[in-house]
Design a protein around this ligand. Sequence first.
Ligand code: IPM
Ligand code: MG
Length: 352
Amino acid sequence: MKIAVIGGDGTGPEVVAEGLKVLAAVAKFEDFSYEATEFDWGGDRLLKTGAALPDDALDQLRQFDAILLGAVGHPGVPPGILERKLLLDLRFGLDQYINLRPVKLFPGVETPLKDKGPEDIDFVVVRENTEDMYCGAGGFMHKGTPHEVATQTAIYTRHGCERCIRYAFEYTQRRNNPKGKRLTLVAKTNVLTTGHDLWWRAFNEVAADYPDVETDYNHVDACCMWIVKNPEYYDVIVTTNMFGDIITDLSGIIQGGMGVAAGGNLNPTPGGVSMFEPMGGSDPKYTGTGKINPIATINAVSMLLNHLGQETAAERVMSAIMHVTDTKMKSQSAGKMGYSTTEVGDLVCEAL
Ligand code: IPM
Ligand code: MG
């Protein structure tokens, strides 16, 4: 396995170091080998050289089996630049058309939802990752005048939504939830009567190929209420890029927050290079303090292993994480874990 590692900005490199520590430990136990190559891409590089990434970044990354990314966001760089240059350009350039966000409340982790526990919070969001308002299509007219016009266009293609929906059906089949296989489309067909009509039709047509999967539909606003009231209802959700961005933060907090939640940017086609990341940001104020929670990154490492066919190793990491959250950590919040960043990494290694 060849793994490209981009620590990125702020606390990214610190949490990635713990992810790599756990990877090294599990590789020994499970007897597999890998090569990790680190890249110093991100905000510091942008400030020094004028570019967050080299011109041939995508070609370089295509030589790897997967990417582990820490975080993007640098206090010295205005918002929007690194997000586009680093994160979004990689997602788009490597055609990582699925953003997979498992929402699982680990044992011992606190959720803000009253009376809900690990048996209630266990679902997966499949977010489309290359279209919608994220395409950057739009512009200004009469900028800076009282008559300014700004457009930001949501682009949806049949190819783009169909491949995402198909992946979601297949994922639901594979997940094989003992409570029943159910895929919920989340969109806004009552207002977005063109773009989301395309999604609605594609969803219903693709559904015919997966008769064993129960299908359901939620408007996105209603979904936000149901995720809070009845998270146990959900098995797999498939949704558009922008709505997926929003509901995965809502889902992230009910699984214990940004210290825990991880995601995969997947290009599931053979030879595709996928990228795994903790969901939290770079949290620059915590850089170097040892306060940040590495569990999300270790969780991302487990997803990476699973994606590359090392299922046993992935499960082993996952069980170790759950042992540590359940029996060791006081909290999943930065600075309140009862341990430092590296100590949490060590605990997971011990639990392996
Ligand atoms: C996420 C993040 C990104 C997104 C930002 C950092 C561009 O919020 O991965 O969910 O909007 O996709
Ligand atoms: Mg987001």
